[in-house]
Design a protein around this ligand. Structure first.
Ligand SMILES: [Zn+2]
Length: 157
């Protein structure tokens, strides 16, 4: 299937979006009628991840906020952006059909950098402590106050 035939599933019927791609595609030696399986790795990369994309917001002389875009926003960045920006539950659910949930390889879902997680006080890092039940957090803090923690030697004073 080509792009024109609806080969990009989430945008099957949004021809106006691919109209923007025509010039960029020509520069890169393909067209909207090229079967997607015949695209080179570079062409496919361009289609999916975009090129020279810029977005400008401006205000008209009547005070309306408008948007101007340049270049080609790839299929994937566009989808990610619409997912973030939409206030419609329907649109979000539509986008989710093309997404998978995976734990982050860097932080395993802790949402902190390795450097932050490497810092420990009383043998616990910030993620460990914030995951403790309140009673155990109290025990941990109390232990620090007894001077077990070498970083705050004056904690007993
Ligand atoms: Zn992460």
């Amino acid at each position: 299937m080509s792009i024109a035939q609806g080969g990009i599933k989430p945008y099957q019927t949004q021809y106006w979006y691919f109209y923007r791609l025509e010039d960029v595609a020509r520069e890169h030696g393909f067209s909207l009628n090229t079967p997607i399986k015949n695209l080179s790795k570079e062409q496919l990369n361009l289609l999916l991840y975009g090129e020279n994309f810029e977005r400008h917001k401006y205000r008209t002389r009547f005070g309306q906020v408008r948007e101007h875009t340049e270049g080609w926003e790839g299929v994937i960045p566009r989808m990610e952006r619409l997912y973030r920006e939409t206030e419609s539950e329907y649109s979000r659910a539509e986008a989710e059909r093309y997404m998978v949930t995976k734990p982050c390889l860097e932080c395993q879902g802790k949402r902190l950098e390795a450097e932050a997680l490497a810092v420990t006080i009383g043998e616990k890092n910030i993620f460990d402590v914030s995951g403790l039940p309140v009673s155990q957090t109290l025990a941990w803090v109390t232990a620090l106050n007894r001077g077990i923690n070498p970083f705050f030697p004056n904690a007993n004073n």
